[in-house]
Write a protein that binds this ligand. Structure first.
Ligand SMILES: Nc1ncnc2c1ncn2[C@@H]1O[C@H](COP(=O)(O)OP(=O)(O)OP(=O)(O)O)[C@@H](O)[C@H]1O
Ligand SMILES: [Mg+2]
Length: 373
């Protein structure tokens, strides 16, 4: 099917090129008719669409994902069914996938922190709405033309059960590397499963290698379930020791031991890498640096003016008018006005003293006149 659709119209979309194929669907770049808006079209092939359960779940998951609106979640524009094939219409992402970026090795720590923060925000947003991604991996993290991360394929990439994945060529092999231990055992998933997968992505972004790898999906699954987390410093000795603790917590075998939210994990990573971040330039799209809600230590590695003391701020702030008091009906007078209003009082005192002095002088003059006579 990959090339047969190119140059044809599929529903209200004109198919331009084949972008790639994942575990279950093929993705095309297309233009919406009639406004020519560029989109990515994900089509479930006929042989999978023949499975009624799968088709219905594909559309149901799409409906759920369509409600997610977040700056770092790839927007789902439309979904439907055409010629018996269910399809999704997504925003077209101009940039590479994270998978592609990782082909050239580990990423600068500033990029790691930035990408992690963006994806963590997207995940927390979905988790808060009861949606679990189930397939967090670098292939599902795309970038737009400004380098901003976009999390794709919410809930839809893992519709088939593990057995079907194992039989789909290359399907489970790619994904097993990011699967949580409970996912490997086929258990019910919670948001903690996505946090584990994000921990694997973090390990890979920092070291350029997977924490658990092997020749077969079963070998990888076995490691997720029972092998301890390898030391990332073996691959990248310049990393601080603190990061090993963060990875150990993110990749804990028991879901209850992992970070409670993706953002808590992202903050812990930023804290662990704070010294390296101070020595490396921040990525262009780095999130704004602000007070750290987890560790309460705002970083000051950037050159900003020292904070204005509270006292000064209070003095500079415009003063609210004094509340009218019940016991003093007179209007409040500003200190400047008070000087002016005090002037007549001072003059009255002056006249009084002059009068007393004149009277004294007159008395002294009378006495002197009487003596001299
Ligand atoms: N919205 C998009 N914009 C641009 N390219 C995309 C988009 N969605 C997918 N692609 C491209 O199509 C390829 C296949 O995507 P697809 O989601 O089918 O596979 P996958 O992510 O590798 O596996 P999975 O089926 O587990 O999600 C991706 O690797 C990516 O290069
Ligand atoms: Mg995908």
């Amino acid at each position: 099917m990959n090339n047969t659709l190119i140059g044809t119209t599929f529903g209200s979309y004109f198919v331009i090129e084949h972008l790639g194929a994942g575990g279950m669907a093929s993705v095309y770049r297309a233009r919406r008719l009639p406004d020519n808006y560029q989109v990515a079209l994900k089509i479930l092939p006929l042989h999978l669409a023949a499975n009624d359960t799968l088709r219905h779940r594909f559309l149901r998951e799409a409906e759920t994902a369509a409600h997610l609106q977040h700056p770092h979640i790839l927007p789902l524009i439309d979904f439907g069914e055409e010629a018996g094939m269910p399809y999704l219409v997504m925003q077209y992402a101009d940039g590479d996938t994270l998978e592609k970026r990782l082909e050239s090795g580990p990423l600068p720590v500033a990029d790691v922190v930035c990408i992690l923060a963006e994806v963590a925000g997207a995940l927390d947003h979905a988790h808060a709405r009861g949606i679990i991604h189930r397939d967090i991996k670098p292939g599902n993290i795309l970038f737009d033309d400004r380098g901003s991360a976009l999390l794709a394929d919410f809930g839809i990439a893992r519709l088939m059960n593990a057995d079907e994945h194992l039989t789909a060529a290359g399907g489970f092999l790619g994904t097993a590397a990011y699967a949580s231990p409970e996912q490997c055992r086929g258990e019910e998933l919670t948001p903690a499963s996505d946090i584990y997968s994000l921990g694997v992505v973090l390990f890979e972004m920092l070291t350029g290698t997977l924490p658990f790898d092997g020749p077969t999906p079963l070998a990888i699954i076995h490691q997720h379930i029972s092998e301890p987390v390898p030391n990332p410093l073996k691959h990248r000795p310049d990393l601080p020791l603190d990061i090993t603790e963060v990875l150990r917590k993110a990749l804990a075998k028991l879901p209850g031991i992992r970070y409670r939210s993706a953002s808590a994990m992202s903050e812990a990573v930023r804290h662990a890498l704070r010294e390296l971040l101070g020595t490396q330039p921040l990525a262009e799209n780095a999130p704004p640096i602000g007070p750290d809600p987890v560790f309460d230590k705002p970083p000051h590695s950037y050159s900003s003016p020292p904070p204005i003391p509270d006292r000064l701020l209070r003095d500079l702030a415009p003063q609210p008018p004094a509340p009218a008091s019940q016991s003093s009906p007179e209007p409040a007078i500003s200190p400047l006005l008070a000087d002016v209003t005090a002037e007549p009082d001072r003059r009255a005192w002056l006249w009084m003293w002059l009068a007393v002095a004149a009277m004294l002088a007159a008395v002294v003059a009378l006495i002197a006149f009487a003596i001299l006579r």
